[in-house]
Design a protein. Structure first.
Length: 321
């Protein structure tokens, strides 16, 4: 699902003529087990909840012309970005989005059995029968208003003490599942609470396996040494589909020898047939090389170091849409 396809799908949920409904579910952690409970809320509150989330969808996606949309495996330091989750290995904690769309008939949240203290997140389904999207919002303790904090709320012309715990839900969300496509709005939430760092490390090891199979390096342990760093692991994940890995080894070596930034900084074995990453600088430059950061301008015949880039073919396809 590219950016234009996503926006087209979202417009369906924004059309009031389609009879769009909404439902709220609580994600609880009880004795280490994740369970889902249906939240029974009054119709007026449910309608406002739906409108708030759809308003956020409009602001975040539809009216946000500067929004970047890219694969999560290619994540860089751009701002104003959402990611399509394009990795086969998905954090297990997000499978509940698939589960809820397959089976919305979940047990009710019962105040005499369940507790807000176990609250981990919220799932909001929006759509019509058989045509829904699911949103996930992480719960944070600051959004739980406990009655032991002596909270006062207005009642007629007086202030009265809040008798029960309450939760505050704003209109933002962290993840969206639509047509089997997982869209990540908050990468930091994915990394901190859903074990995405383990996914990154696994993908990094897959990339190292590809580098080893390509026989680029004299010693594969030279990459394994730095792969323990999460920063390096992210870079290795990003380059797992690098076209450089399909280039013959001698072509890569000749490129290094003739590039003004690389020559003399990346060494080779005694036979000159493999790369020898014997310094920290050479390892850093090698990762940039695999990311295909070194570009040549046919117009000016100058070499460039491009950190964030989009393939011209992909840009052209988006413009055609």
């Amino acid at each position: 699902m590219n950016r234009e396809q996503l926006l087209t799908r979202l417009t369906y949920f924004l059309d009031p003529q389609n009879g769009i409904g909404a439902a709220l579910y609580f994600v609880l952690n009880q004795d280490g087990e994740t369970i889902i409970r249906f939240a029974d809320i009054e119709d007026e509150a449910k309608q406002e909840l739906k409108e708030r989330f759809l308003e956020y969808v409009t602001d975040k996606f539809i009216n946000n012309e500067e929004l970047h949309y890219q694969n999560i495996s290619d994540a860089d330091d751009r701002k104003n970005v959402v990611y399509k989750y394009d990795i086969e290995e998905r954090p297990e904690g997000l499978n509940i989005l698939d589960d809820i769309l397959l089976n919305e008939a979940q047990p009710y949240f019962r105040f005499n059995q369940d507790s807000f203290a176990d609250l981990q997140g919220y799932i909001i389904t929006i759509g019509t029968e058989g045509n829904k999207m699911a949103l996930y919002k992480k719960h944070h303790p600051v959004n739980l208003l406990k009655r032991d904090r002596f909270l006062l709320i207005p009642s007629n012309q007086r202030l009265v003490k809040l008798q029960d715990d309450a939760i505050a839900i704003d209109r933002s969300f962290d993840f969206m599942l639509i047509d089997d496509n997982l869209i990540v709005l908050k990468l930091n939430i994915l990394e901190r609470f859903f074990g995405f760092e383990d996914v990154i490390r696994n993908q990094a090891q897959n990339t190292i396996g590809l580098i080893e199979a390509n026989e680029l390096l004299e010693d594969i342990e030279q990459i394994n040494d730095i792969a323990q760093s999460m920063t390096t692991a992210r870079k290795l994940m990003k380059i797992r589909n690098s076209p450089v890995l399909n280039v013959p080894v001698m072509n890569v070596i000749n490129f290094i020898r003739n590039h003004p930034e690389l020559t003399g900084k990346i060494n080779f074995n005694s036979a000159g047939t493999k790369i020898n990453l014997d310094t920290g600088v050479s390892k850093r430059l090698f990762l940039k090389l695999l990311n295909d950061d070194y570009l040549f301008s046919q117009l000016t015949e100058l070499q460039y170091d491009s950190h964030a880039k989009d393939k011209l073919l992909e840009i052209g396809n988006q413009n055609e849409n």
